[in-house]
Design a binder for this molecule. Structure first.
Ligand SMILES: Nc1ncnc2c1ncn2[C@@H]1O[C@H](COP(=O)(O)OP(=O)(O)OP(=O)(O)O)[C@@H](O)[C@H]1O
Ligand SMILES: [Mg+2]
Length: 316
């Protein structure tokens, strides 16, 4: 039974195919290049590959190549010798050595500068690395997984990414489709995130209203799985004490979509428009009633009466 934090949802045909390929890649011990838009689950899949590989008991080390300046990235990955540069006061092993026996996951590989690209190629060819400022190589046994949300082939064509390294990294290419192209995954993912959030906040299981189900399925999810995860966490917290998660618990982008879809059917009554607006402002004010009343230009008592009529519990 996999740990819940490691759960990987793949219900849609495209994701099941991707997962089958990932499982085969896991045992093959080759490099894998994972591509996909931001938030599609590239790191999640990299961890999955590591867990299914013979290296699973050894470290999984993740580095974001876009988050560090060139000189720092180089010494972070390959380590340095004392005195190699100002501030290098001691010998230090790099992440290649730290990941020895295990898996090194390089995220945003397209951001790796040329100096790092050369050293990566060497590490792959020679199975050894040289610390910055050192004269000898150190043998390393590391499996390299990489990911990018950029078009690496285009970076190769424009000369900013080495072609030889590209082919070395992409022995098995895995493409993660955006969430809008695999809508069958939306609700299973939502259920996973609800169960997790409810457990973390020790609240009872939260159900979804049918309007919420429709809204989740219709929304285009530009931020992919990460956006869905954040929306659900927020909704579970806002819905605390209610039996169901309602539309008003969803972020405004989702509610606007749902409202547009609903308006297309029939016009809203004035009372319903007011109810939606009041709840929207309440949610924007993060449940703060004094702020909500001020924003609406009404007294707190009036707001209290309205919320009571809408069935909103007193303490959120
Ligand atoms: N198929 C999935 N099943 C369960 N959880 C998932 C799945 N895909 C993504 N997640 C979760 O969604 C969040 C975003 O995933 P992840 O960090 O792997 O995306 P990413 O593609 O690496 O994003 P970025 O491009 O921003 O680095 C994580 O919390 C991850 O656990
Ligand atoms: Mg990532």
């Amino acid at each position: 039974m996999p740990r819940e934090a490691d759960a990987l949802v793949a219900k849609s045909p495209r994701m099941t195919r991707m997962l089958e390929l990932a499982e085969r890649a896991a045992v093959a011990d080759t490099t894998v290049l994972i591509t996909g838009e931001s938030g599609t689950g590239k790191e999640r899949v990299a961890r999955f590959i590591h867990q299914r590989s013979r290296r699973s008991k050894q470290p999984f080390v993740a580095v974001n190549c876009g988050a560090l300046p060139e000189s720092l990235l180089e010494s972070e990955l390959f380590g340095h010798q004392r005195g190699a540069f100002t501030g290098a006061v001691a010998n230090r092993e790099g992440l290649f050595e730290a990941a020895s026996g295990g898996t090194l996951f390089l995220d945003e590989i397209g951001e790796a500068p040329p100096s790092v690209q050369v050293k990566l190629l060497r590490a792959l060819q020679e199975h050894s690395v040289r610390r910055v400022g050192a004269t000898k190589d150190v043998a390393v046994d590391v499996r390299l997984l990489t990911a990018t949300n950029r078009d690496l082939e285009q970076l190769v064509a424009s000369g900013s990414f080495r072609k030889d390294l590209f082919y070395r990294l992409r022995v098995i290419p895995l493409e993660l489709p955006p969430l809008r192209e695999r809508r069958d995954d939306i609700l299973p993912l939502a259920r996973l995130f609800i169960a997790r959030t409810c457990r973390e906040n020790s609240c009872g299981p939260c159900a979804l209203s049918s309007e919420v189900l429709d809204a989740l399925c219709a929304y285009p999810w530009p931020g992919n799985v990460r956006e869905l995860e954040n929306a659900i966490e927020r909704a579970v917290v806002l819905a605390e004490g209610q039996p169901k998660i309602e539309l008003t618990d969803l972020p405004v982008e989702l509610r606007e979509r749902a409202a547009v879809a609903a308006q297309a059917d029939e016009p809203l009554t004035l009372a319903e428009a007011e109810r939606r607006h009041v709840l929207d402002v309440l949610s924007r004010c993060e449940g703060n009633r004094a702020a909500t009343a001020r924003a609406l230009g009404i007294g707190e008592n009036t707001l209290w009466r309205k919320l009571k009529a809408y069935g909103v519990p007193a303490a959120r």
